[in-house]
Design a protein around this ligand. Structure first.
Ligand code: FE2
Ligand code: FE2
Length: 332
């Protein structure tokens, strides 16, 4: 039989065991709860961390977006500003071009006007210059004709001499300008005759020695009359007057020049003058026949006349004869 004390002790023991078990269970539970709590805390921390990261990502993204937006805005504004600038510049350019156009138009009109005025003045000067030139030519021709008319020549004599001279000059190889100059000047070859007394100049018969000497001074006199001029035409005329009685062989007058020492203008006028004088009727003599003239010219080739000019004369004989018939004398 179990004593009461024993029973009580056993009961006490069981109670203690029971308590111990309960405490153990409670500790375990507490441990589990703690563990769960820790896990919960961990989870919460992780979630918090994730949320924070997410937040940060969002913030960054938003920042980036904002930055991009700002950049875009800046770009747009820059483009706008550029566009505005471009438009302004274009407008300004167009305005400038239009203004420039206007200025140029005005300048063109002004220049055109100036040019037209200048042309008109030039035209006037040309006319005036031609007038002076024509007058000069006419005066020279008239002076030549006066010289001739005081002797027994006709007006057409100087015209023919002028034409023959030009023809010879061209074929000799002188420039057209020189040939034209000679044509203008050659009518003056006998201008010195204005100073020869009528009694000698118009003597019907042959000259005696003294009269011949007086007559021959017309070359020197003509030269003296014209030599002081600076005009090229008058200078040419003075050469022609001075040297038209020189002979290629040196036996002419007044200087007795020889060959090509005689100016080509003098050599040419000599041939033209003699050809015309011999071939024309005069009140005191009949014209020589062509055969007689040609015979003389062949004989005088290199004597009285420049051989080259004689060759030119025969090579272009038809042209010389044509001039003679075009300007033939009308004798009353
Ligand atoms: Fe003469
Ligand atoms: Fe003459």
């Amino acid at each position: 039989m179990i004593s009461k004390e024993e029973l009580e002790r056993r009961e006490e023991l069981e109670r203690r065991e029971e308590l111990g078990r309960r405490q153990e269970m409670q500790r375990r539970k507490e441990k589990e709860r703690r563990k769960k709590l820790e896990e919960s805390i961990d989870l919460a921390k992780r979630q918090e961390e994730e949320r924070r990261q997410e937040e940060e990502r969002r913030t960054q993204s938003s920042r980036r977006t904002k930055k991009r937006q700002a950049e875009e805005n800046m770009l747009i504004s820059e483009i706008e500003s550029l566009k505005q600038n471009f438009e302004d510049t274009t407008k300004k350019l167009i305005k400038d071009i239009l203004r420039q156009d206007k200025i140029m138009l005005r300048s063109d009109q002004r220049q055109r006007k100036d040019y037209d005025e200048l042309q008109l003045k030039l035209e006037e000067i040309k006319l005036l210059s031609k007038e002076i030139e024509d007058t000069q030519k006419e005066v020279i021709f008239t002076m030549g004709a006066i010289g001739e008319s005081r002797s027994k020549e006709t007006g057409n004599h100087v015209k023919r001499v002028a034409e023959y001279s030009k023809l010879l000059a061209i074929h000799y190889g002188l420039s057209l300008k020189e040939a034209e100059m000679l044509k203008q000047a050659s009518p003056m070859h006998d201008i010195g005759k204005v100073a020869i007394p009528d009694i000698v100049l118009n003597k019907p018969g042959r000259f005696n020695e003294e009269e011949r000497l007086i007559m021959d001074t017309h070359a020197q006199i003509g030269y003296e009359m014209l030599k002081h001029s600076d005009r090229i035409l008058l200078k040419t005329a003075s050469t022609v007057a001075y040297e038209h009685h020189e002979k290629y062989n040196g036996k002419g007058y007044p200087q007795g020049l020889k060959g090509e020492d005689i100016h080509i203008f003098g050599r040419i006028t000599a041939l033209a003058d003699v050809f015309d004088a011999l071939g024309s009727d005069r009140v005191y003599k009949k014209a020589w026949s062509d055969e007689k003239i040609f015979k003389l010219f062949r004989e005088e080739r290199g004597e009285h006349f420049d051989p080259n000019l004689i060759d030119i004369f025969f090579n272009h004989l038809d042209d010389f004869l044509k001039i003679r018939s075009t300007f033939k004398d009308v004798l009353d």
